[in-house]
Design a protein around this ligand. Structure first.
Ligand code: ADP
Ligand code: MG
Length: 728
């Protein structure tokens, strides 16, 4: 066997489960390393505590004096837990978290030193930000970037470092991260939704957006994974023949979790508890060695931070257990890829889930208002929502008949469909007392029962209502949830804002009662957004045809999908809602397009290298063995050799033909890459990579995978799918 593969397999066999002891209860561990409300109450003065809480709840500014007090207490708390360093922790547009550690340690002259951390260091830092993506913002404005404390996400200790969640912005104010626009979007949806809630309950002062993500991932033996250059460099396999056994027996999903994986999960969950990530659910997923982890949902900004933190922690814990976590959306062809469902809802500071059933007819009307407005928002901005989840890696899932399709639609279930049909028939203008009673009893009044029964689920829908929340299922497993959450909350905020204007106009100008006005506007919304509702099979070709008729977008690739981000409609939306400026949006577009290009470029290089330097030489080696064999047979059998070496001769020819095809396609791909690289316009360049370079991956892979079936297993250089996927 090839030495690398042989050693990898041998070493992987020595990786036995690492025992994990859980001595403390999870509830005792939870939040132990978080400077949360409880810790603040213990460690801060009354004034400082009030100052921070008011910043969290009302977005008020924290003054210098308070910041100094908070910093000092935070430092003492951290030092008492053995912490030596602090860092501003942020999420630049690279998609991974960034940190630069500074020691608390300071010298003060005379050979003396102290541990120091003041308000200045807490509130603002200036990381050397020149190598983070900025889409030309910093060049345009010649501005430096800085990070600024986000008090709404509590500081936490990881390892021996105090991590302070921050935003990352240019000095001219433009956002350079995922968090800044998200916070603005959450503010916008709070304002717009609170105004609507006041129709129903004057006591509502704040509406928060909630997010519960479900993280899917693959867990692969570390030595096996690192024996594959494609996994090491791109996070996925670029070639490899399917294993004879894949997921067809459905024997992995919800099966008992293998011991090695379980121990990894237990340690991961312990670490999550300490930093306050409320993880709750773990199970096997559909594909072999694929798993899922889900927390209890949280306020959206905190949930986004926690997901980013989780992805980081996962990698570290995995390596202690000799695993590599693959967060890529499609690490293996032929088995399911990974996603990250984003469960989303809105709730009030009075404790009401606005997408859940209420106790009175009015609160159920409130549910309908939020439910229908969300559908309308998705209808009006479906293309923007698709753009929010676009990436080179997610392209492998969307539209590839396993994950939701690239067409955005909303699934609400049979019963709610009926409710909407009834509401569509509501009389225009004033309602008769009989009609009001009928609506109250037979439509609105039945909502709680309808929701209780809302068990029919359509797994193929990208945006499904699941009883008390919407579930956005098209988000990729590797994605930062900040991006889709920013878009979703912004479009809903805009929709609710428009809704209020329309309802108020009917009340003020047409003399309608509040509930009549609401019914009237909702009726029109249902009519206007009918096209986005789809209950059927999202994977079928019939849906693609139907969706086209309905005028829904079907952007299968990232370069096509991203365009919606800089449409006039999107720019005016984000500007109106104060979430992003035109400059910020164009910068993001540029960054994402460039990232796409680099992604495909790297994959192309790696594939070309493996095909030429690993696969072809191995095939030649095997072919030489065959040739030697045929020559030997000729020595023994003389003229008769043709008939006894028929199969070998065929094989020799077949191998030659695959080698020829590989070399031909690799050369073609290299030339296409060179042509693409010469294109200056990045949009055209991305198109060239998408439509001229990337399709050749499949051709190259096809012939390599065929050779994998022909060449002697003993000398095959790459760890095979069956070894990667079925090692426990
Ligand atoms: P499933 O969809 O697997 O049946 P659940 O209905 O329990 O499971 O929810 C799945 C996810 O939805 C969980 O991560 C949960 O935290 C989250 N979730 C539940 N309610 C809400 C909500 N109101 N807002 C956001 N997420 C929620
Ligand atoms: Mg789900």
């Amino acid at each position: 066997m090839s030495t690398l593969r042989f050693h990898a397999i041998k070493e992987s066999m020595s990786h036995t489960p690492i025992p994990i002891e859980e001595k403390e209860r999870r509830s005792d561990l939870f939040g132990k390393n978080v400077f949360n409300e409880n810790a603040m109450r213990q460690h801060l003065s009354k004034d400082a505590y009030k100052g921070v809480m008011s910043a969290i709840e009302h977005g008020t500014k924290i003054d210098r004096n308070i910041a100094d007090q908070v910093a000092s207490s935070m430092k003492d708390w951290a030092l008492s837990k053995g912490v030596t360093h602090y860092t501003h922790w942020f999420q630049p547009l690279t998609g991974i978290t960034a940190e630069k550690h500074d020691a608390f340690f300071e010298t003060i002259g005379g050979g003396m030193s102290v541990e120091k951390f003041g308000g200045d260091q807490l509130v603002q830092q200036e990381p050397d930000a020149s190598s983070f993506p900025n889409g030309g913002i910093r060049n345009t404005f010649e501005a430096r970037g800085y990070t600024a404390w986000d008090p709404t996400s509590p500081a936490f200790i990881y390892g021996t470092t105090l991590c302070i969640p921050t935003i990352f912005v240019a000095y001219t104010g433009e956002a350079l991260d995922y968090k800044t626009p998200l916070l603005r979007a959450l503010h916008a949806v709070d304002d717009a939704a609170t105004a609507i809630c006041k129709y129903f309950d004057k006591n509502v002062k704040k509406v928060s957006s909630s997010l519960g993500w479900e993280q899917e991932y693959f867990l692969i033996d570390r030595t096996l994974a690192s024996s594959r250059p494609d996994i090491t460099l791109t996070g996925r396999t670029l070639l490899g023949h399917s294993s004879a056994k894949g997921q067809q027996l459905d024997d992995h999903y919800f099966g008992s979790i293998p011991n090695r994986a379980l121990n990894f999960m237990r340690e991961l969950e312990t670490e999550c508890m300490l930093v306050g990530i409320p993880v709750k659910t773990r199970h096997n997923e559909v594909a072999p060695n694929q798993f899922e982890l889900a927390p209890i949902y949280e306020e959206a900004n905190l949930a986004v931070d926690h997901n980013s933190l989780l992805m980081d922690i996962m990698g570290r814990v995995a390596s202690r257990h000799n695993f590599k976590v693959l967060l890529h959306e499609k690490p293996f062809a032929g088995v399911n890829g990974s996603g990250k469902h984003n469960n989303w809802s809105l709730s009030t500071d009075t404790g009401i889930n606005l997408l859940g059933p209420g106790k009175t007819p009015m609160s159920n009307l409130q549910f309908l208002a939020f439910f229908i407005n969300t559908i309308k928002a998705v209808h009006d901005y479906e293309e923007l929502l698709r753009a929010a989840i676009a990436s080179a890696s997610n392209d492998h899932r969307l539209g590839a008949n396993e994950a939701p399709p690239a067409i955005i639609s909303v699934f609400i279930g049979e019963q709610l469909t009926k409710v909407l049909e009834e509401l569509e028939g509501v009389t225009s203008g004033k309602l008769s007392p009989e009609e009001k009673t009928d609506l109250k009893l037979n439509v609105v009044g039945k909502i709680p029962d309808v929701l209780l029964d809302n068990t029919d689920r359509n797994r193929t829908s990208p945006f499904a209502f699941t009883g008390n929340k919407f579930e956005f299922r098209a988000v990729g497993s590797m994605a930062n949830c900040g991006n889709p959450m920013t878009v979703l909350n912004t479009i809903v905020a805009k929709q609710l804002k428009d809704f209020k204007v329309e309802v108020d106009a009917l009340i003020d100008n047409k003399g309608l009662k509040k509930d009549e006005a609401i019914f009237n506007v909702l009726r029109e919304y249902i009519k206007a957004s009918r096209n986005i509702l789809f209950e059927g099979n999202g994977y079928g070709d019939a849906w693609a045809i139907e969706a086209k008729k309905r005028g829904l977008s079907n952007n299968k690739t990232t370069p096509e999908a991203l365009k919606a981000k800089i449409s006039k409609k999107a720019i005016s939306l984000f500007e109106e809602m104060n979430v992003m400026s035109k400059v910020e949006m164009e910068a993001r577009y540029e960054i994402e397009i460039e990232e796409y290009i680099m992604h495909i470029q790297i994959e192309g290089r790696v594939l070309g290298d493996i095909a030429r330097n690993h696969i072809v030489p191995t095939a030649v080696k095997y072919q030489n063995i065959l040739i030697k064999n045929v020559k030997g047979l000729k020595d023994i059998f003389e003229e008769k050799y043709q008939s006894v070496s028929k199969e070998q001769l065929n094989l020799i020819e077949e191998i030659s033909s695959h080698i020829e095809s590989i070399n031909f396609n690799v050369t073609k791909m290299t030339n296409e890459r060179k042509k693409a690289n010469a294109i200056v316009d990045i949009e055209k360049k991305a198109h060239a990579y998408c439509f001229n370079v990337k399709p050749l991956f499949d051709d190259i892979r096809y012939h390599c995978d065929k050779l994998e079936l022909l060449v002697d297993d003993e000398i095959w250089p790459l760890t095979k799918y069956r070894e990667l996927l079925f090692t426990r």
